[in-house]
Design a protein around this ligand. Structure first.
Ligand code: PLP
Length: 435
């Protein structure tokens, strides 16, 4: 990877992690559609199974196509290593289980993707993992005050779904590290093109690659990356020091993950425990689709940022729109943080409030011809959804209030269309319902 540090982001996104000379000089990354791999001879088998020699055994824990994606994203994020999984939710749950194994608490906010919020409420407590949510995530000091002796991590979204609130990653990393716990950042909405959380001190970064990373609404995928800098032997994470027979040395003595994988113990532990035994492996074909999408990540994000600016200006002038939430919207509380963390733009996801009844909001959505009504984001196409009834419909009214998802909230994800067409579509739908 040292060589690759010399290249810029746009070079890395089309080339990192792939050497054609190792793949019959194929220009496009080949899809290794195989479940398993020849072990060669029994000596090689023993070296592979004791990790003395790197190599592929079985596609659930590693595949050459998936490995190119992992290396490419590690290069784009400045990470020590990555592990790809079958969805963003698998990335989040494997990460949080790997941190809190044996019990503990996760400190987070109500500004979260709906699925994450729901899983925090419905599943983690049943596994003995407590969830604490600060009420005012804008103030990093709230996090410091809320840390308990058994808090094992701070978890935030760099740009939150759906309201596009920007996290103060550098301050949160500092607070986490003063308490010997990692900062975990869901960077799905920003993508590494707009923001690099590791550069600001994040220890673990997770993605739903389903969204803007792949960008074409045709695949479900997730990724976990680690900085390689966090000290897992600080006393709070004894499970990283557990010796395993599978990690034994040449004499047969068991070793732990820190001994065998000192540069990337977190992702190897996810791979060999969670991915291996819980099994949400990414298929080689799906890894290929994400690689293909990544090739145009910068170009897509630039266009979405430019389109979004035009649509924000249009909506801010509409009398039927009560507010617009995006870091670059007028009077956004995230503006200063966006200037620091998001110099290339704050992405294409945002919400706005419609002054109207539930029926009028439904009629407005039903009147749109171009915007797709669906629960994805970061797609090449522009999408719209009434979050309080769908993506965040599992939240109670009080939880929706804390998360800032009031009943009049509409979420959009701006795509790559001609911006004037998108504005014309919104205009005709507003006119139809509110004339
Ligand atoms: C969609 C999303 C997820 C979940 O990802 P899947 O790939 O759908 O499992 C997690 N976090 C954020 C911010 C998301 O938008």
């Amino acid at each position: 990877m040292a060589q690759e540090q010399l290249y810029g982001f746009d070079t890395l996104k089309v080339r990192a992690g792939y050497k054609p000379e190792e793949h019959n000089r194929a220009v496009s990354v080949p899809i290794y559609q195989t479940a398993s791999y020849e072990l060669g001879d029994t000596d090689r088998m023993s070296r592979l199974f004791t990790f003395a020699e790197p190599g592929f055994l079985y596609t659930r824990i590693g595949n050459p196509t998936v490995a190119v994606l992992e290396e490419r994203l590690a290069a784009l994020d400045g990470a020590a290593a990555a592990v790809a999984v079958a969805s963003g939710m698998a990335a989040i749950s494997y990460t949080l289980l790997n941190v809190t194994e044996g019990g503990g608490r996760i400190l987070t906010t109500p500004q979260l993707y709906g699925g994450t919020f729901d899983s925090f409420k419905k599943i983690y407590p049943k596994f003995g993992i407590g969830i604490d949510q600060v009420e005012k995530p804008d103030d990093p000091e709230e996090f410091r005050r809320a840390i308990k002796p058994d808090t094992k991590a701070i978890y935030v979204e760099s740009i939150s779904n759906p309201n596009a609130i920007v996290a103060d990653i550098e301050k949160l990393a500092q607070i986490a590290h003063e308490n010997d716990i990692p900062l975990i950042v869901d960077n799905t909405v920003a993508t590494p093109y707009l923001l690099n959380p590791i550069q600001y001190g994040a220890d673990i970064v997770v993605y739903s690659a389903t969204k803007a990373l792949s960008g074409h609404g045709n695949v479900i995928a997730g990724v976990i990356l680690e900085s390689g800098r966090f000290k897992w032997d600080n006393g709070k994470f004894p499970h990283f020091l557990e010796p395993y027979h599978t990690l034994r040395d040449a004499t047969g003595s068991p070793r732990n993950f820190l001994q065998v994988f000192p540069d990337a113990p977190f992702t190897f532990r996810v791979r060999l425990n969670y991915l291996n035994y819980f099994g949400a492996a990414l298929s080689p074909f799906d890894a290929y689709l994400v690689l293909l999408g990544l090739e145009t990540l910068s170009e897509r994000m630039q266009k979405q940022v430019a389109n979004t600016d035009k649509i924000l200006r249009y909506l801010e002038e509409k009398s039927v729109v009560s507010w617009v939430r995006h870091p670059r919207a007028k009077n956004s509380p995230s503006r200063a943080l966006a200037e620091k963390y998001l110099p290339r733009g704050a992405g294409g996801l945002f919400t706005f409030g419609v002054k109207g009844t539930d029926e009028q909001i439904s009629a407005f959505i039903d009147s749109l011809n171009l915007f797709s009504y669906q629960a994805n984001l970061g797609d090449a196409r522009s999408l719209i959804i009434n979050s309080p009834k769908t993506t965040h419909g599992e939240l109670t009214a009080e939880e929706q209030r804390l998360a800032g998802i009031t009943p009049e909230t509409v979420r959009v994800s701006i795509g790559l269309e001609t911006p004037e067409d998108l504005i014309a579509d919104l205009e005709q739908a507003f006119n139809k319902v509110f004339a």
